[in-house]
Design a protein around this ligand. Sequence first.
Ligand SMILES: [Ca+2]
Length: 347
Amino acid sequence: MTATKVIIDTDAGIDDALAIFMALEAHRRGCLEVLAITTVHGNTAVHNVNNNVFRILRLANMLEVPVYSGASQSLVHPYIHGDEPFHGKDGFGEAVLSPQPPASTFLQPCHAVWALLDLVKQHSGEVVLVGLGPLTNLALALHLDPTFTSHLAAFYVMGGNTSGKGNITPSAEFNFHCDPDAAFVVLAKTSVPIRLTSWEDCLKFGSYPYSVRDELGQTKTAVADLMNKIEAQSRKRREEASKLWVTCDQLAMAWVIDDAKQKKVESECRKENDPNLMGFLGQQGETLVTATRTCHASVETTYGLTRGQMVVDDDNQLGNKPNVILMEDVNDSTYMKYLLMGFGADV
Ligand SMILES: [Ca+2]
């Protein structure tokens, strides 16, 4: 079995950065094939996201991965950032980093939405799509072609909340709050259930004391060095607030890699006992997401206190077809392996 083809839609972003490093390492190890990265506004303006993605690819020595620039604003209402965005004005914590060539030198000429439509059709039934930012590009793709998601092998999203707990407002998670209309469109029109990592999942399964982050940051790699620099500013704010390092996009990406690994282990490792796969990804039994539930979810789009809040219809009161698969339990030691892998540790 070949590697699982993945397209990453991102608003990179600090947690996106580590998630992408995890995916690139999984690519290197033959588990994923990162087919393309599409960018979207969110944590910062899309031109900063483009620069950040190229910095990640350059550091990973994988500039051959095509990058397509996407939506620069939300579908209906422009999103206005506060004075101190969590990821800094540039999305990378306003860290002083080495100069690099402008993103325009490397960007693909095609818009991200057209690239998404073309790539999923070209590889119909094979592509796993991972949404790590506001869902603007994906909603636009669905508007242009309602069959867009029917070509996917699987669909993963980091975003939304399951019990009304917010991070950007008291009741909304950032990605969904940034473009609630896009989230509404994607949840309403997807034809495959979305494996969704909610804010509450991040708090429950992806939060660690900063001592754990410090240990990871001591990995002697260029990735750890970059992550330490770009995370310094937000760390200060987080430590003052909750004292916890909360991983978000990393958890969603770990789910993607782990599902790909399970498939690959089933088809190949049993026969060939591939030491590379078995080594870094653990034994077959150590599945990351050990329990899920399937239900219908939508998003509040009206202006008010709950704008961008995801509404989960666990009891199916509205009689809608299930459209999300939610995490119920996660194997912590398996997740830690993926985080270590992202930092470039030899696991
Ligand atoms: Ca993100």
